[in-house]
Design a binder for this molecule. Structure first.
Ligand code: ATP
Ligand code: MG
Ligand code: MG
Ligand code: MG
Length: 480
């Protein structure tokens, strides 16, 4: 089943259940000071759940462009390394605003997956909130359990903790238990070795969460106590690319038709081959993923820049450029050339890609040119650093200068030095980096620039990429 068809069938299914099909909200937020990017389907309905606005319809469904690179949801580090987290992805969803509740949400999700999409029931597991012993003293979600029990064998219903199975919008406001649906697409042989139930929520690439059904039934008050909401709501989100993986019988989101045209194009342009070598594969996945995030952001009016959302987009694009430069040996702009493929693949569902194609290409090409020349300058400098190095040892300070002044990534420095038989004083680099971080922390006390993120409920603020991006963590946070 083509991805186009998967999307269509989802929307048709809920249309037939009297849902109003609404367009995706922009991925780039324009008027929400608490969030830079849409990170879930419910974002555009937030005011309904908060009770600030009354919807004119009781049921809605859509596919929402989401970006998870900042704030509470930051998957950037995983992207490319795993096969099922993206920066930009589509979240299919259905909502009830004070209308149907657990019974219908559960029955319909099951009907859609097993009867319309015909996913083998024996591949599916569902989770139910187990209750909590903390201050909330919540009972297990017996209602959801009983509705599931009516349609799913009990051994496929698993209990989930508060972290995975209780959703809260923030420190205050609407919240409630959720039930998630997971799918096990491993071979029969693998399944015989380890039961799927043991792998749910364990970050196994073939036992993945596909759909989250949230039952909004409480309000958390300012004093932290929960009260029952007068009107109960349903908020669901299903990962479109993961669903396509299941329905297309492949083992990775990148092997679905959402990504294969991009991957074929990258292979052709860079004369590389996907599926032969892990390093190359990661680079190809990173580029195929990131071009989507950047293209959609630009289509939504967010150009790369040095502050705010624009900076996030610039860093994503640079991450892709660098992966290409380091692992695919791309010394010329090429990512912009993928936009045409992307627009042909997704332009029917998202016409903004086609309408803005020229602009998207120009902007990406410009960024690639400028960052590649930075990388090249860095290489020249690194050459002279090596020439003046004593005993084939490069000072941490020198590597830091390259990183700090020219934006030359440290892992690249390390890689080149290693290739040329030089040693790098990584401790010295780390010290210089920490000193600079202390300075930038002090500075951001005054100006909340760059990646100041995002959600009212997060206590964290982005302060920059970790220098050792490819090897350790991509981002660092600090409490604000
Ligand atoms: P995961 O545990 O896999 O990180 P999640 O619990 O953070 O997912 P939800 O917030 O429940 O995800 O979002 C609803 C659905 O969106 C998930 O069930 C999943 O199918 C999909 N999804 C979430 N994050 C991503 C991502 N980074 N890329 C692709 N799909 C995603
Ligand atoms: Mg997640
Ligand atoms: Mg999860
Ligand atoms: Mg989830």
């Amino acid at each position: 089943m083509t991805s186009q068809k998967v999307r269509e069938q989802f929307l048709n299914f809920f249309k037939n259940k009297e849902h109003k099909i609404v367009p995706s909200a922009p991925m780039v937020m324009k008027n929400d000071p608490t969030l830079l990017f849409t990170n879930a389907g419910m974002n555009q309905f937030k005011e309904y759940f908060l009770g600030n606005t009354k919807p004119t319809f009781k049921r809605a469904s859509d596919t929402q462009k989401c970006l998870r690179v900042s704030g509470k949801h930051n998957d950037l580090e995983e992207v490319g390394k795993d096969t099922y987290h993206h920066t930009m992805f589509e979240m299919l969803g259905n909502w009830s605003f004070g209308d149907y509740f657990k019974k219908e949400a559960i029955a319909w999700a099951w009907e859609l997956l097993t009867e319309v999409y015909k996913i083998d029931k024996d591949c599916l597991y569902v989770t139910v909130f187990e209750g909590s012993e903390d201050a909330d003293q919540l009972a297990m979600d017996k209602e959801a359990y009983d509705f599931w029990k009516a349609i799913v064998p009990e051994e496929r219903i698993l209990m989930g903790n508060k972290k995975d199975n209780f959703w809260e919008m923030g420190d205050q406001g609407p919240c409630g238990p959720c039930s998630e649906i997971h799918v096990d697409i491993r071979s029969a042989e693998e399944k015989a070795k380890t039961p799927g139930a043991e792998l749910v929520n364990m970050d196994h690439p073939q036992v993945v969460e596909i759909w989250n059904l949230v039952f909004i039934q409480y309000n958390r008050k300012a004093n932290g106590q929960l009260e029952n909401l007068p009107e109960k709501h349903v908020d669901t989100g299903m990962g479109f690319e993961r669903l396509c993986m299941v329905l297309q019988g492949v083992q990775s989101n990148y092997d679905t038709d959402v990504f294969t045209p991009l991957i074929r194009e990258i292979e052709a342009i860079t004369e590389s081959k996907y599926g032969k070598n892990e390093e190359t594969d990661i680079a190809i996945r990173v580029i195929a993923d990131h071009v989507r995030a950047v293209a959609f952001a630009i289509a939504d009016g967010q150009l790369p820049s040095n502050t705010g959302a624009g900076y996030v987009i610039r860093r994503i694009l640079r991450r892709a450029i660098r992966y290409g430069f380091t692992f695919l040996d791309t010394k010329e702009p090429f990512i912009y050339r993928l936009v045409n493929t992307l627009a042909s693949q997704m332009g029917a569902a998202f016409p903004e890609l086609k309408n803005q194609q020229q602009l998207i290409e120009n902007v990406i090409k410009e960024e690639e040119n400028s960052f590649l020349s930075t990388l090249e300058q860095g290489l020249v400098l690194l050459d002279s650093v090596m020439k003046s190095a004593k005993d084939k040892k490069v000072d941490g300070d020198k590597a830091f200068e390259l990183y700090d002044t020219f934006g030359f990534p440290i892992d690249l420095t390390a890689l080149i030095l290693e290739e040329k038989g030089f040693a790098l004083d990584t401790e010295g680099f780390e010290q210089a980096l920490q000193a600079q971080k202390a300075r930038s922390r002090a500075a951001s006390e005054i100006s909340k620039g760059d990646w100041t993120v995002l959600e009212q409920d997060t206590e964290q603020e982005f302060i920059g990429y970790d220098a050792l991006e490819a090897q350790v963590k991509v981002v660092k946070y600090r409490k604000v």
